[in-house]
Design a protein around this ligand. Structure first.
Ligand SMILES: CC(C)(COP(=O)(O)OP(=O)(O)OC[C@H]1O[C@@H](n2cnc3c(N)ncnc32)[C@H](O)[C@@H]1OP(=O)(O)O)[C@@H](O)C(=O)NCCC(=O)NCCS
Length: 168
């Protein structure tokens, strides 16, 4: 997309039976290290592990995804990515807002995510959504080596706007 217009995408729950191949393909295109295998993603989405995952779709195709897990009253975001052709159109912001709003509706009070210190885009995305760095894991990432910043966002500090359920 690479446009300032809102991306013509609908945000909806990730459907493991239909969406996982597309998620694995985006993961492989976006991250330098091989992304999680399909069976690992399926395990993360197991309802017993309270998987919390959403995708952005246009023309039935997945363009972006966010996969996390509900842990007591916390949301742990594991991975979030937007396909290279769909960036800078507000998709990640919309996806994150939906993921947070739906988590809050399920009783979540705080959300956390780890990110590379060197990745300015993700840092600005999370900080713009009310996350603040609450810790550092020095040298956590390899290839290339980098520190992990641990972000937290507390609902009491930044209440999400309630709206209806997303489509999908
Ligand atoms: C980080 C990423 C998810 C952003 O997706 P996106 O859809 O392009 O982001 P958005 O268009 O919703 O932008 C939201 C905000 O993020 C920040 N941002 C996004 N891309 C940026 C960039 N290239 N440089 C600086 N800031 C950026 C900005 O603050 C932006 O707000 P603005 O448009 O008002 O300036 C995307 O670049 C990506 O998939 N990167 C690789 C994977 C990754 O790093 N994931 C996060 C860690 S798990």
């Amino acid at each position: 997309m690479n446009t300032t217009e809102p991306a013509p995408c609908a945000i909806g729950r990730l459907r493991p039976d239909r969406d996982l191949d597309a998620v694995v393909a985006i993961e492989a295109a976006v991250f330098r290290r091989p992304g999680p295998r399909k069976d690992m993603l399926l395990a993360a989405l197991d309802p017993e592990r309270r998987g919390h995952a959403y995708v952005a779709r246009s023309n039935q195709a997945v363009r972006a995804y966010c996969i996390g897990q509900l842990v007591v009253d916390e949301l742990h975001i594991h991975t979030l990515a937007v396909g290279p052709a769909w960036r800078r159109a507000g998709l990640a912001r919309r996806l994150l807002q939906t993921v947070l709003r739906e988590a809050v509706a399920l009783g979540v009070r705080s959300a956390t995510v780890a990110g590379r210190r060197a990745t300015g885009a993700a840092r600005q995305l999370y900080e713009g959504a009310g996350f603040t760095p609450g810790g550092v894991r020095p040298g956590y990432y390899t290839d290339p080596k980098d520190d992990a910043l641990i972000y937290w966002r507390h609902e009491s500090d930044h209440p999400v706007a309630p709206t209806g359920l997303p489509s999908g």
